[in-house]
Design a protein around this ligand. Sequence first.
Ligand SMILES: Nc1nnc(-c2c[nH]c3ncc(-c4c[nH]c5ccccc45)cc23)o1
Length: 433
Amino acid sequence: SQGTQQGNSGGRVRYGTVSDLLSFVNQISNMQPEVLQHLPEEMGVLLNKKHMGLTKGHYRIDSDVFLFPWKWTYKTPGSGGHVPKGSFGKVHLAQDAITRKRMACKLIPMEHFKPADVEIQARFHHENIAELYGALLWDQNIHLFMEAGEGGSVLEKLDSCGPMREFEIIWVTKQVLRGLEYLHSHNVIHHDIKPSNIVLMSDKAVLVDFGLTVQMTEKVYTPRDLRGTEMYMSPEVVLCRGHNTKTDIYSLGTTIIHMQTGSPPWVRRYPRTAYPSYLYIVSTSLPPYPSYLYIVRTTLPTSLPPYPSYLYIVRTTLPTSLPPYPSYLYIVCTTLPISLPPYIVSTTLPISLPPYPSYLYIVSTTLPISLPPYPSYLYIIHKQAPPLEDIAEDCSGVMRSFLETALERNPAKRSSAAKLLRDEAINPPREEQ
Ligand SMILES: Nc1nnc(-c2c[nH]c3ncc(-c4c[nH]c5ccccc45)cc23)o1
């Protein structure tokens, strides 16, 4: 019969609706790895007919669409945070062979992909949220095609051009607040607002990376793990006792400090490099444990208050001498959200230490009596007042009060995105613009 070619002889990529895409990503996340390894051809659902040209049910990489590395890898956030899971993947520039439309294409290895990576972006549409155009499975990677911010991210801009001027910061802040106002009105928390997750276009900025995003079903979201990037994390998230959309406002506040000064809060006052070479205390992910670091001391107090254990890195006065074994790695655990062997000792250190010291390396058995206070930013965020000292000296008075509101320690006193959008700091009188 004259049936449509696509249905039978074509490939396994089709145009579909958001629900088609969501059932596709759920279906493939339940597929056995061995099935995924031998896929004869690409599969997927494309939402956007205008930008993506299918050819008989095919959308082949390097034939129907071309990928160009943006030389931008979205590393696991171990380099700056305690996040047990974050966003994996490389972001490429993609160009459709038929429509010539330029897009961003994030490749997520199947073993790291979870449907939550796309659910929010597929279901919620706003001009300040990177639009999802489609999802394709090929070569054991999920390819997420999205709206491209060809100006790169705010972090790249800061790294290449240094601190931003206030009128630029105002422009970015308004775009981010519009995106947050929309997400928060649907009880969605982004959880990872920071310069690298804000990308720039000629006429707007958009939020990207929804890998940590959640939609609250109650008034308070109680996490099972730590979500976000340490430097930009709010005190209530660090405490792990429940939080709400206001956490994104705090992270926007720290992001503004980063845009003003070129550095995130805290790092100038608590530099990671404050340590003599023999002792590094930083925490990333301990294989396979969540990325906390539980160095307290060899003899533990009988009971600790119910705070999360990573807040107990306070005993920097280690015993003057450790048992006679050289080059120890001591990880003595306090109360952990999961059970660990009570005492992990390894007599051999990894051959090459990662560029960021990622454990506590006690490379000599005798240590000086006392060490400088531990710069665990989680502990600092938890203990100290918000980082108002890190606000740029030349910050205007109105922007300073904007930041004081956004960085309020008590989320209930922190202004909402809707309220901040009306703030005079980001609505300067016309003659000033
Ligand atoms: N993690 C993540 N998840 N989705 C995205 C994303 C969606 N659209 C995009 N457009 C541009 C960039 C981008 C970031 N830095 C860059 C540097 C140079 C050029 C482009 C970029 C990233 C994205 O990013």
